[in-house]
Design a protein around this ligand. Structure first.
Ligand code: NAP
Length: 368
């Protein structure tokens, strides 16, 4: 049976406490120090992934790089890279033929390039399938709110990243009304806009380094930054908009759930795995549900495609299409819409639609 490994890391104190309850109540700087001293470790065994195409099975393991997102971004680069490489070597020792770099572990070492060059097993960030499912989810949610993507103003926040750039290029090619590219670096935004204008000359593209300005008139937002979370605030959002939040930790701050009942937030890249998938690890989803980056790694293991599939910041549009086709044929499916740890009901979608309609008529939206 083909085997894969997948690297994870805690997103915040909640994740650490979930696995180490005696850490509850300890001061964050102390917990961070303890994490710095803790080596990467095997977290759980994954089994029951069975292709609906031919019944083929794969199994694998989660490995934890015990560092918070901001530690991965800000600690000494070589130190962090070594932690990621240590976790990959543990995966290789357990027989992984392909290793997925989850969360921020794919951001280090030139977006996974150094890890892929150092490790013998194949390596992928899982970002191609993440893009495919984010676009699929955002488009389905827009349809549910009767937003016509071909006329809509669509913003991609984190547009210049590995996920954001190919996502923006595909959205431009699919023909959205207007595309707002949002990130902090102007030069990278300009380079991306030039690529898009070259590939899709008819695309209407605007740039913004100010998030609020970049999203205030957006009907649809795909957000995929490594900001550490919480950068999309309730007051900045257009009534009736859809936000597909791909970032982990999430870019949409939790107040949006209370203060903006007239917008529809969904977690991007949430996928149902085929078979009787058992992850034996609580990462906040119901049994059998995982992230698209995990699903990409499993799909490649099912296919026996032991190659560095999604590595670096310049992902290919063709690979996004290919992995979507492969994942679908093995039975991976977009999970129902979820946000803020809960499934989104049809009543909730109807509520957003009604509140947005009232807002357009000039009636006030009252939050619960
Ligand atoms: N749901 C899933 O299955 C899944 C799978 C893989 C990854 N992810 C998540 O997706 C996100 C992006 O991953 P990636 O590999 O594409 O990362 P990346 O290549 O490092 O790109 C990050 C992007 O965010 C922008 N950015 C960073 N901080 C920002 C801020 N404070 N304000 C505005 N823009 C900011 C960066 O541009 P500037 O530096 O110019 O601002 C860049 O455009 C991460 O949160 C990751 O955990 C989710």
């Amino acid at each position: 049976m083909n085997r894969f490994g997948f690297l994870i890391h805690p997103l915040g104190m909640r994740d650490v406490v979930r696995h180490l309850p005696n850490v509850a109540g300890k001061r964050p700087p102390l917990v961070e120090k303890v994490l710095e001293w803790t080596p990467s470790y095997h977290a759980s065994h994954i089994h029951g992934i069975r292709s609906t195409l031919d019944g083929r099975e794969v199994e694998g393991d989660f490995f934890t790089v015990p560092l918070f997102p901001h530690q991965i971004l800000n600690l000494d680069r070589q130190f962090v890279l070594n932690r990621v490489l240590d976790a990959c070597r543990l995966a290789e020792e357990r027989g992984a033929q392909i290793i997925g770099l989850g969360g921020y572990t794919s951001v280090v070492g030139s977006a996974g390039r150094t890890v892929a060059d150092t490790i013998q097993a194949a390596v992928t960030s899982g970002n191609s399938y993440t893009v495919a499912t984010a676009i699929e989810g955002a488009t389905a949610a827009a349809r549910a709110l009767e937003i016509d993507m071909t006329r809509a103003s669509v913003a991609v926040v984190g547009a210049t990243g590995s996920i954001g750039s190919v996502c923006s290029r595909i959205l431009a090619r699919q023909g959205v009304g207007r595309l707002n590219l949002v990130a902090r670096s102007t030069s990278r935004l300009q380079a991306l806009a030039e690529t898009i204008r070259r590939e899709t000359p008819r695309a209407a593209v605007a740039l913004d380094t100010d998030i609020e300005a970049g999203i205030h008139d957006a009907d649809v937002i795909v957000t995929c930054t490594t900001s550490g979370g919480g950068i999309l605030r309730p007051e900045a959002l257009k009534s009736g908009c859809v936000i597909c939040d791909v970032a982990v930790p999430h870019d949409v701050c939790r107040e949006v759930a209370q203060l903006r009942p007239d917008v529809l937030v969904l977690e991007g890249g949430v996928v149902e795995a085929p078979g009787e998938a058992r992850f034996n690890f609580d990462f906040g989803f119901p049994e059998g549900i995982c992230l698209a980056c995990m699903a990409e790694t499993m799909t490649l293991a099912l296919e026996g495609r032991f190659e560095d599939f999604s590595i670096g910041r310049g992902l290919e549009m063709e690979k996004v299409e290919e992995i979507q086709r492969l994942a679908t044929r093995h039975g991976f499916r977009l999970a129902g819409f979820r946000a803020f740890d809960e499934p989104i009901t049809t009543d909730r979608i109807e509520e957003v639609r009604a509140l947005a309609r009232d807002h357009r008529k000039g009636l006030r939206v009252v939050s619960s």
